[in-house]
Write a protein that binds this ligand. Structure first.
Ligand code: FES
Length: 108
């Protein structure tokens, strides 16, 4: 197996409904993970990308959170329909998807 160029992390942490912090799991992270899994296979990106689930990454209320390394690009509010754009533009062309990136002002 070649060393992957990209590592995609998907937070799938779940908290109980109504929890004050919310969670990516509560915001359909499992569907994002499923779409990523299928799309990586369809686009034959094995070897270029490795996909992992993650527990809480911090910005819970704006999940699902997806992080792409080594670029350290953090995406928020990712939906299954965003997956192809992330794979085609970010992984395929090396350009982040600006509209999904967590804005700088949300970091303390
Ligand atoms: S639950 Fe996903 S970032 Fe906290």
């Amino acid at each position: 197996m070649p060393k992957p160029s990209y590592h995609i992390l998907v937070c799938t942490n779940k908290r109980p409904p109504g929890h004050p912090r919310g969670s990516c799991g509560e915001n359909n992270a499992d569907a994002v993970l499923e779409k990523l899994t299928m799309a990586i296979e369809e686009k034959m990106l094995f070897g270029k990308v490795i996909l992992s689930t993650s527990s809480c990454l911090g910005p819970c209320s704006i999940g699902p959170v997806v992080v792409v390394y080594p670029d350290s690009v953090w995406y928020n509010k990712v939906k299954p329909e965003d997956v192809n754009e992330i794979l085609d533009k970010h992984i395929g062309q090396g350009q982040k998807v600006d509209r999904l990136e967590i804005p700088d002002e949300l970091w303390g």
